[in-house]
Ligand binder design. Structure first.
Ligand SMILES: [Zn+2]
Length: 155
């Protein structure tokens, strides 16, 4: 007797599906995108879903919300393999890859506690340095390098 498969995450009619997120990055991405403060949209988060490519992955589905390329590039720091699908009438009408931007402003804190951005109301600004598969951020104020594992989200 065949068992019915239960869909782990429901399909959405219109909106955005972000797929191929590393499971450990899900909550960081929720914060980066401000989804933790968004009470207007219906959202579904899937964590520790099976993935042939990644072993385990997370997925975010947001109804009736679309993302600009700048917004999705921010998540590239933590989910470089992510695919952002735009859904209309239950169909994927666009698939976008994320790309790590060359410069990042705001939303990540400098790892140097003495940096002006940690002590004065100054917005952080970094140059992104690619190291193989990994990325680091070099502060434009104090030149301290913040590794991905040290990155803390501000705001
Ligand atoms: Zn700094």
């Amino acid at each position: 007797m065949a068992k019915d498969k239960i869909m782990e995450v429901r399909a959405i009619e219109n909106g955005t599906v972000i797929d191929h997120i590393p499971s450990e990055a899900l909550f960081t991405i929720i914060r980066i995108m401000g989804l933790d403060r968004d009470t207007d949209h219906r959202m579904t988060f899937g964590l520790n879903l099976e993935s042939k490519r990644m072993g385990s992955k997370a997925i975010i589905k947001i109804n009736d919300r679309y993302c600009g390329q700048d917004e999705i590039n921010r998540i590239a720091l933590f989910a470089p393999m992510a695919i952002v699908n735009t859904i209309r009438d239950f169909e994927v009408v666009e698939k976008r890859r994320v790309t790590v931007p060359e410069r990042i402003e705001g939303f990540v804190q400098c790892a140097n506690p003495k940096c002006i951005t940690n002590n004065e109301p100054v917005r952080t600004a970094f140059d992104v340095v690619q190291r193989g598969d990994d990325v680091e951020l070099r502060c434009r104020y104090c030149e301290k390098v913040t590794a991905r594992s040290q990155m803390k989200i501000s705001k």
